[in-house]
Design a protein around this ligand. Structure first.
Ligand code: NAP
Length: 485
C-alpha cells in the first residue's frame, strides 16, 4: 500500500502576470502519510491588494476582448489538462487523498467545464426590447469586473476551474484563492491557464495560510466586484456578514445534508450501487454526499443486505495505491467530527452494522485520518448526524412507510443542495422531483453533476448556480439602455 511521495513545491503567487514568491511559505501535507509533500507561497494583505490593483487594470481591456479569443484560451487549457491528466491526477490524489480514479475523473471534469465555459461565453447575449412610445431598449450583459474565487479542498480542481472558466469566458478578471490543504493542484491548473497567453492581471492566484486577513483586505476594497465562494456554510455566511460598506455580488456554494430515498419499486441492485457511490466517493467528503438514506420498509432488509455488500467491497488506503477506493479524511479535525457523529448516534441507540471506527493500519506510511466505511441503522432525528453535515464515510439508514412521509423527512433540513431518488413509477418519480426542495436531484443517478446542468443549492446551501446556461450569469451584470429616438 505504501509509496514514497515525490516532493512537489510550487511556492509562487501569480500577480500581474508574474510568478513570484511571497517571502513566507506554508507546508502542504499528504493526508494519507502525513508527510510534507511541498510548500505554497503564503500571501498576506499586501499581495492581495497588489492583485486587486492589477485585476482592476487588466479588466479595462479584457472586458472588451473578443469572446472568441477568450474561448480559445479556455479550449487550449482544456486540451493541455487532458494531455497532462496522469500527472495532475497523481498530484491531486496525493494532496487531497482521494483515489486516483476519482482524481482523474475530477481532472477530466475540469477540462469539460472549461470547454463548456468557452462555448457559453460566446452566447452571453443581451436583447433588444420592443419599442416603447419613445424608442427601443437594450439589455446588455456586461462582465461583472474583478472576481475573487474562493475554493475548497474537497474538489480543489473542478470547483476552482469552474469559476475560472466561467469568469474568464464572461470577460471578467479573477483572483483565485485555493484552500490551504490543496494549493498545489490549483497552482498547476492556474499555470496551465496562464500559459495559454492570458494578459497580465486577467488571472491571478494568491495562496495563503491567513484567509481571514488576506481575503479581508480584498473585502475592504471597492474594486472587488464579486465573490464566488465554495466552502462551508459557516464561512460563506461570514463573508455575507463581512460585506461592510461595499455591496457586491456574491455567489455561494456551501454545505449540504443530502437525502437519498429508495422507494419500494426501485431497482434495488442499481440503487445499492448508486447509494454506495454517492456516499463513499471522496471518503464521504463531497458537498453532495448522501447524509441521510430513507428506505421503504417493504424493501429495507433486502436493500440493506445489498448495500452492506457494496460497503464490504470498499478498500481503504492511500489514494495513489492500486485498488484503493476510499482514501483518508483530509485531517484529524475532519475525523474527530465523523467519530463524534458515530459515537453520538450509537449512544442514542443506533447500531453500526458495518464499520464505526477509525482505521489504524500498521503501515507507517498510512498515518493519516482513515475511517471505516460505516452504515448505521436504528437512527432517529434526535441524533447529530440527522442534522449536521458529517463529511465522512458514514451512512445512516432510516425507514419510511409512505411516499409523502419520505419526501417530508428528506426536506426537513436547513440545507438544499442535492437529493437522490431511486424509483420506477413515473408518478412517483415526478412526485419526488416536484416535492424535494433541493437544487440538484439525482434521479436513479448517483453522479448528478454535469457541465450542462446548473449546479448549486437552495436554503443554507447557497445562492446562484455554476454550470448550465445559468453559470455564466453569475459573472455578468445587466445594463438597461432606454433609447429615445
Ligand atoms: P471552508 O473551511 O469554508 O473553506 C473554504 C474556503 O474558504 C477555503 O479556501 C478557506 O481557506 C476559505 N476561508 C476559510 N476561512 C475564511 C475566511 N474567514 N475568509 C475568507 N475565506 C476563508 O470549507 P472547506 O472545509 O474547505 O470545504 C468543505 C465545505 O465546503 C463543506 O461544507 C462542503 O459541503 C462545502 N462544499 C460545498 C460545495 C458546493 O458546491 N455547494 C462544493 C464543495 C464543498 P483555508 O483553506 O485557508 O481555510
Amino acid at each position: 500500500m505504501s509509496q514514497t511521495a515525490v516532493p512537489t513545491t510550487d511556492a509562487t503567487l501569480l500577480i500581474d502576470g508574474t510568478w513570484r514568491s511571497a517571502g513566507n511559505v506554508f507546508d502542504v501535507v499528504d493526508p494519507a502519510t502525513l508527510e510534507v509533500i511541498g510548500q505554497a507561497a503564503d500571501a498576506g494583505p499586501e499581495e492581495a491588494l497588489e492583485a486587486i490593483a492589477a485585476a482592476d487594470r487588466a479588466f479595462r481591456t479584457w472586458r472588451t476582448s473578443a469572446a472568441e479569443d477568450r474561448a480559445g484560451h479556455l479550449r487550449a487549457a482544456a486540451v493541455r489538462i487532458r494531455e497532462r491528466q496522469d500527472e495532475l491526477a497523481d498530484l491531486l490524489s496525493r494532496e487531497n487523498g482521494k483515489p486516483l480514479a476519482e482524481a482523474r475523473g475530477e481532472v477530466l471534469a475540469s477540462a469539460r467545464m472549461l470547454d463548456w465555459a468557452a462555448e457559453e461565453g460566446r452566447r452571453a447575449n443581451g436583447r433588444v426590447t420592443p419599442p416603447s412610445a419613445n424608442g427601443p431598449g437594450l439589455v446588455l450583459k456586461v462582465p461583472v469586473g474583478p472576481v475573487l474565487a474562493i475554493a475548497p479542498w474537497n474538489f480543489p480542481a473542478s470547483m476552482l476551474v469552474r469559476k475560472l472558466g466561467l469568469a474568464l469566458a464572461a470577460g471578467a478578471v479573477i483572483i483565485a484563492k485555493p484552500a490551504e490543504q490543496t494549493p498545489l493542484i490549483a497552482t498547476a491548473l492556474v499555470r496551465i491557464l496562464q500559459e495559454t497567453g492570458l494578459p497580465a492581471g486577467v488571472l491571478q492566484q494568491i495562496t495563503t495560510s491567513r484567509p481571514a486577513e488576506t481575503v479581508g483586505a480584498l473585502l475592504a476594497d471597492r474594486r472587488l466586484r464579486k465573490i464566488s465562494f465554495t466552502g462551508s456554510t459557516e464561512v460563506g455566511l461570514g463573508l455575507v456578514r463581512a460585506t461592510g460598506t461595499h455591496l457586491r455580488r456574491i455567489s455561494l456554494e456551501m454545505g449540504g445534508h443530502s437525502p437519498a430515498i429508495v422507494f419500494a419499486d426501485a431497482d434495488l441492485e442499481a440503487a445499492a450501487t448508486g447509494v454506495a457511490a454517492a456516499k463513499f466517493a471522496n471518503a464521504g467528503q463531497s458537498c453532495t454526499a448522501i447524509n441521510r438514506l430513507y428506505v421503504h420498509r417493504d424493501v429495507h432488509d433486502e436493500f440493506l443486505a445489498l448495500l452492506l455488500d457494496k460497503a464490504a467491497a470498499l478498500t481503504v488506503g492511500r489514494g495513489t495505491a492500486p485498488g484503493t477506493t476510499i482514501g483518508p479524511l483530509i485531517d484529524e479535525a475532519g475525523l474527530a467530527k465523523v467519530e463524534a457523529h458515530v459515537q453520538d448516534a450509537v449512544s442514542r441507540g443506533a447500531k453500526a452494522v458495518v464499520g464505526g471506527h477509525r482505521c489504524t493500519p500498521d503501515d507507517p506510511l498510512l498515518q493519516g485520518a482513515f475511517f471505516e466505511p460505516t452504515v448505521l441503522t436504528g437512527v432517529d432525528d434526535s441524533m447529530l448526524i440527522s442534522s449536521e453535515e458529517t463529511f465522512g464515510p458514514v451512512l445512516p439508514v432510516y425507514v419510511f412507510d409512505t411516499d409523502d412521509e419520505a419526501i417530508e423527512q428528506a426536506n426537513s433540513t436547513e440545507y438544499g443542495l442535492a437529493a437522490y431518488v431511486y424509483a420506477a413509477a413515473l408518478s412517483r418519480v415526478w412526485q419526488a422531483i416536484d416535492g424535494l426542495d433541493f437544487g440538484i436531484i439525482g434521479m436513479n443517478e448517483p453522479a448528478p453533476v454535469r457541465p450542462e446542468l446548473p449546479f448549486g443549492g437552495m436554503k443554507n446551501s447557497g445562492q446562484d448556480r455554476e454550470g448550465g446556461s445559468e453559470g455564466i450569469e453569475a459573472y455578468l451584470e445587466t445594463k438597461s439602455v432606454a433609447i429615445r429616438l
